[in-house]
Write a protein that binds this ligand. Structure first.
Ligand SMILES: [Zn+2]
Length: 286
C-alpha cells in the first residue's frame, strides 16, 4: 500500500496537474467549514464518518491531513496547479490558523520529533527541515551540508518510513539478529594487572591468604563492573511480540513510530534506514 504522492484534489495528466472535481469539492468544503469556525478535528471526523475517500481505499482523515490541506498554497492556484479555492479564502484560513496559537511556521509535534531522530548517513550530524524560499516546498537536509542525491521532502520521507514500517509489521522477525548477542566482558587494564598480581601472590611459597582473599574480592567487584550486558535480545523479542499483534496500516502511524524507533538515517543516495529500539537497522531494500 502506498501513501498518496499527488496532492489531494488533483491528478497528473500529460499537460500537467488537473482538478479532480469530487476531490476539489471536498477541499472547498474543508476551507469553508474551517473559515466558519469548525475545528480541524470535527472536520476530520466528519469526513471519516462520511467515508470520503482520501486515497485508494483510505477513508480515515486526521486533524493533520486536514491541516496540511489548509496550509497548502497550491490550492489557491499557481503556475503548476489550477486554483481550487480563491486566494482570499486561502488567506483567511491561514489568518485564522495563525491567530490560533503558534505561527504557521511552528513545527508540528511530528516534525519536531523527526528533527530529533534523523541523522546524516555521511557525517552523523543531525538532519533538519528547511523551507524553500517560496514557502511551498520543504526539504530535509544534513545540518552539515552533505549533498543528497534525492530531494527529500515530507511526502518522500513519510512514504519511505511508511514502507519500511509496513514491511517490519508484515514480518517482525526481520528485527532479529543473525547471531544472538551475548554478554560482553571487557576487562580494564587495572583489572588485568590485579589478576596478574593475584596469580603472582598465589604462586608464592607461603601465600598470605588474608591479603589474597581481600584482593580476589576487590577484583571480582571490578570485573563485574566490566560486564556490559547487552539487552538487545530481550528488547528484540519484546518488539517482535508487540509488532505481531498489529495489522498493516494505511498511513504512517507516528504514535507507533515514536514507540519503536531509535533513530532514522538518511544516506547519500537519499535512501533511508530505520534503527529500531533493539539497534537493528532496517533499510529500504526491495
Ligand atoms: Zn552530513
Amino acid at each position: 500500500m502506498e501513501l498518496r504522492t499527488i496532492l489531494y484534489g488533483y491528478s497528473k495528466e500529460r499537460q500537467g496537474f488537473t482538478v479532480v472535481p469530487e476531490e476539489a469539492a471536498v477541499v472547498r468544503k474543508i476551507f469553508a467549514e474551517y473559515i466558519s469556525g469548525v475545528t480541524l478535528k470535527r472536520i476530520a471526523d466528519e469526513l471519516t464518518s462520511n467515508q470520503v475517500v482520501y486515497y485508494q481505499d483510505k477513508t480515515s482523515w486526521t486533524k493533520n491531513t486536514v491541516c496540511r490541506i489548509l496550509e497548502n498554497p497550491h490550492y489557491a492556484g499557481d503556475l503548476e496547479y489550477p486554483a481550487i479555492v480563491p486566494k482570499s479564502e486561502y488567506d483567511m484560513a491561514a489568518a485564522i490558523k495563525n491567530s490560533k496559537g503558534g505561527s504557521r511556521e511552528r513545527d508540528t509535534e511530528e516534525i519536531a520529533w523527526l528533527k530529533h531522530k534523523m541523522r546524516c548517513g555521511e557525517c552523523g550530524s543531525r538532519y533538519t527541515r528547511r523551507k524553500h524560499y517560496s514557502g511551498t516546498h520543504e526539504r530535509w537536509v544534513c545540518i552539515n551540508g552533505c549533498k543528497s542525491e534525492l530531494f527529500v521532502d515530507d511526502a518522500v520521507l513519510y512514504q519511505k518510513l511508511h514502507s519500511i514500517l509496513s514491511r517490519v509489521i508484515g514480518n517482525p522477525s526481520v528485527l532479529r539478529y543473525d547471531e544472538p548477542c551475548e554478554t560482553h566482558y571487557e576487562p580494564t587494564l587495572v583489572v588485568q594487572r590485579n589478576e596478574r598480581e593475584i596469580d603472582r601472590m598465589i604462586e608464592q611459597q607461603n601465600p598470605a591468604f588474608v591479603p589474597i582473599k581481600k584482593m580476589i574480592y576487590e577484583s571480582a567487584a571490578q570485573k563485574f563492573d566490566c560486564c556490559r550486558i547487552d539487552y538487545s535480545q530481550s528488547v528484540t523479542e519484546a518488539l517482535i511480540a508487540y509488532l505481531e499483534q498489529l495489522f498493516g496500516m494505511d498511513s504512517l502511524d507516528f504514535a507507533l513510530l515514536k514507540k519503536i524507533v531509535e533513530s532514522i538515517e538518511v544516506k547519500k543516495d537519499g535512501s533511508i534506514a530505520i534503527r529500531f529500539l533493539n539497534q537493528k537497522n532496517i533499510d529500504e531494500k526491495e
